[in-house]
Design a protein around this ligand. Structure first.
Ligand code: C5P
Length: 396
């Protein structure tokens, strides 16, 4: 895909990987993108603004004012860009971005940019693996920024490990894929449930489960990056996600989740039920905290509605996707679920696989459809999310 007409703003920080940015600018220009560059003061020690100006065919900015004391307008720069790529992103700039510091032109541009932001970190391995860097990158991901992970290899220090900036060709491909993908689900409405539900016992206690919501949130992000309008109905989780295409509706109990799904189902094109909904809830919620008096406490539980099954009965044009977590006769049970719940796809998680299921960053799934079973290897939840979105695009 040509990048003709795409406006790419590159923010260069002071790391040795800055020497690779001229190659990236050339690659983008060869593919017809418009490129502008903003640098930090330390970046100009590593790569010359003149080099980047010649290659980008534009004025390179690194100060708040130019030689005639005119303001270099970061707001205009941020609004101009279709994408803002910070590369190489140093530990300091990543930290500043995560905390809203804005004491140079690159950082003020970041805060004022409304476009999607890509971040390609580059630093020595211990800095990269430091908890504070990890937390800062997590925070940027929660802001909806796209992290182009560092790769492993030889570092400038002579040490070998993770921290190298991804190669310019790969960064280019990430940007190209972003522009290609963002049209794929344009105009489509996707409803996603995620996380656990909490079923109240009394004012201070509830039944819950170990679902973290990671899988559902990963699907929401990929769907939104593909241009879909996403409603994410989320049980109580510790995750945060900001994306202009995602509306998060927070709920606690299965009944609340059911109400929100019902309200939004008819107008959606695809519904993906990843939530680990409690099958039962206490029949009565005690008005006061239950005292520990008797040796035996009996709680009467009543069945919750099966949201997926109910939507299966209602569906018209919608593509309906459910998840299944099985501990025995996995495929057979998933096939039964597919029919019983009138779903188009059951994504089967197996707990037998290390690294799959609750809380992990990875998952191993099988796609169970009326046509058969497709097996996938263990991969990142973000990659599983991409497989699900690809399925949707092929089957809608
Ligand atoms: O029947 P089981 O709970 O194993 O099915 C799992 C699938 O059904 C998941 O997609 C889950 O989100 C959905 N489900 C639901 N409402 C329930 C229970 C499960 O939507 N009460």
């Amino acid at each position: 895909m040509s990048l003709a007409g795409k406006k790419i703003l590159i923010g260069v920080c002071g790391g040795i990987a800055a020497y690779k940015i001229p190659l990236l600018v050339r690659l983008l220009k060869k593919n017809k993108a418009e490129v502008r560059v903003v640098m930090t003061a330390s970046a100009i020690e590593f790569v010359s603004p003149l080099t980047l100006s010649v290659l980008s065919e534009s004025k390179v900015l690194y100060e708040f004012q130019d030689e005639k004391h005119q303001w270099n307008n970061h707001v205009e720069l941020g609004l101009w860009a279709d994408v803002f790529l910070v590369a190489p992103a140093t530990a300091k700039t990543i930290s500043a971005m995560a905390h809203g510091y804005a004491d140079n032109l690159l950082l003020t541009t970041y805060l004022s940019a409304r476009c999607p932001v890509f971040v390609a970190p580059a630093m020595d391995l211990d800095m990269y693996s430091h908890l504070s860097t990890k937390k800062n990158l997590e925070k940027l991901a929660q802001f909806g920024n796209h992290i182009i992970e560092s790769t492993e290899g030889e570092l400038a220090s002579g040490l070998v490990g993770k921290g190298r900036m991804e190669e310019p060709e790969k960064i280019f491909l990430s940007l190209q894929k972003f522009f290609e993908n963002k049209e794929r689900l344009k105009g489509k409405k996707i409803l996603i449930t995620a996380g656990p539900t909490h079923e109240k016992i009394d004012p201070v206690r509830f039944f819950g489960n170990h679902s973290t919501g990671k899988m559902g949130y990963a699907i929401a992000k990929v769907a939104a990056d593909n241009g879909a309008e996403v409603k994410l109905i989320s049980g109580p989780v510790h995750l945060k996600l900001e994306h202009k295409n995602i509306e998060i509706i927070s709920v606690e109990s299965a009944l609340q989740m059911y109400d929100e799904v019902e309200r939004n189902f008819d107008s959606c094109d695809v519904a993906i039920m990843t939530a680990a909904v409690a099958d039962y809830r206490p029949e009565q919620v005690a008005a006061q905290k239950i005292k520990k008096e008797d040796e035996l406490l009996n709680l009467k539980l009543i069945k919750n509605p099966d949201i997926l099954k109910e939507m299966g009965k209602r569906k018209k044009h919608q593509l309906l996707i459910g998840f299944a977590l099985e501990t025995q006769n996995a495929v057979e049970n998933a096939q039964k679920k597919l029919t019983k719940k009138n779903a188009d796809l059951i994504v089967l998680n197996s707990l037998e696989n290390q690294g799959a299921g609750f809380a992990h960053a990875t998952n191993q799934v099988d796609f169970v459809t009326p046509e058969g079973v497709q097996h996938f290897d263990l991969k990142l939840k973000s990659e599983v999310a991409e497989d699900i979105i690809n399925f949707i695009i092929e089957n809608m």
